[in-house]
Design a protein around this ligand. Structure first.
Ligand SMILES: [Zn+2]
Length: 72
């Protein structure tokens, strides 16, 4: 299984912006499908991994840093 260059909580830009005009997504789920939430309108989408990899344009720097918490 390949590892995507993103982790949950990362921000990414896709090749096409969302219908709302924003192109900044937060990764909320990684697996067979990749869950993304639009940071502008909070719409959540689910893409098959291969489609996500095709649509992925680049990673974006996070807006805010979160302290790592133990546990899981
Ligand atoms: Zn949106």
């Amino acid at each position: 299984m390949e590892i995507l260059p993103v982790q949950i909580g990362d921000y990414v830009a896709l090749r096409k912006p969302h219908a709302c005009g924003a192109n900044r997504w937060r990764v909320v789920r990684l697996g067979a499908d990749v869950g993304l939430v639009c940071t502008h309108c909070d719409r959540r989408i689910l893409l098959p991994r291969d489609e996500f990899e095709r649509r992925l344009r680049r990673r974006l720097p996070g807006e805010e840093t979160e302290n790592e918490t133990s546990g899981g």
